[in-house]
Design a protein around this ligand. Structure first.
Ligand code: ATP
Ligand code: MG
Length: 230
């Protein structure tokens, strides 16, 4: 059992292919020390989202292992895994319910104060307070409509509140206006502090804040360096 994950990730000779198809990852090796922020870039179809899916155990490797703090993900209790590794997807998914409920997904025990603190940390509080019923606004009701950038901030607040050891972020490709873009960048810095993060990055500004940039091509890492060196 995993008491408190530190966030050391390791892919050890991981081979993987989807059921009917070719091999996507051929004997893939990668070691990410606890606390590191990794930007993952590369052409479409390179296998970036596939890596993320193996980390969330949407799929398991055909051969080799993925470990967290030295423990094979397959040996972890499902609840421990979901607590330790959180993925924020491109669609920044919101379910019908209030803004507060949406932020507390994964932390149903959270108090309203904790929810507000998470929103403040990522800079989502300002727009939430302008909504008709504030944190009680139903996100699907009239007047409760939120923009793409605001949806992202809500999902960041959710991740901040969940406080996982490992955060995986599949960065949205949708373009945001400049003020939203800046807010998302600031929120991201806060969110990444003190945890391991893998960001499938589409923005140069995101690559720049990473400790390490991995360039992926056809299921392999072809470059592994600091942002400055690339
Ligand atoms: P993008 O930048 O477009 O998101 P990616 O690097 O995330 O690309 P993956 O989604 O990991 O790429 O896909 C890697 C390969 O696996 C591609 O050839 C893709 O067609 C294939 N693939 C992805 N998901 C599935 C699936 N569910 N079933 C079968 N093949 C898949
Ligand atoms: Mg992808």
């Amino acid at each position: 059992r995993l008491e408190e994950a530190r966030g050391h990730l390791r892919f050890d000779r991981v081979t993987f292919g989807y059921a009917s198809g070719r091999t996507i990852l051929p004997s893939f090796d990668l070691d990410i020390p606890a606390g590191q922020t990794v930007a993952l870039v590369g052409t479409t179809g390179a296998g970036k989202s596939t890596l993320a899916k193996l980390l969330s155990r949407f799929y398991d490797p055909t051969a080799g292992s993925v470990t967290l703090d030295g423990i094979d993900l397959r040996e972890l209790d499902g609840r421990d895994l979901r607590r330790a590794i959180v993925m924020v997807t491109q669609e920044a998914y919101l379910f019908s319910g209030t803004v507060a409920d949406n932020i507390a997904l994964g932390r149903p025990d959270a108090t309203l104060d904790e929810i507000k603190e998470a929103a403040r940390a990522v800079g989502a509080d300002a727009f939430i307070e302008t909504l008709p019923d504030g944190y009680d606004t139903d996100v699907n009701k009239r007047g409760g409509r939120v923009s793409a950038g605001q949806r992202q901030l809500i999902s960041f607040a959710r991740a901040f509140l969940a406080d996982p050891a490992v955060l995986i972020l599949d960065e949205a490709t949708a373009s945001l206006d400049i003020p939203s873009e800046r807010m998302i960048q600031d929120a991201l810095q806060t969110l990444l502090a003190d945890r391991t993060a893998i960001i499938i990055a589409h923005r140069l500004s995101t690559v720049a804040i990473a400790d390490r940039v991995l360039v992926m091509e056809q299921g392999r890492i072809v470059e592994d360096d600091t942002p400055d060196a690339l």
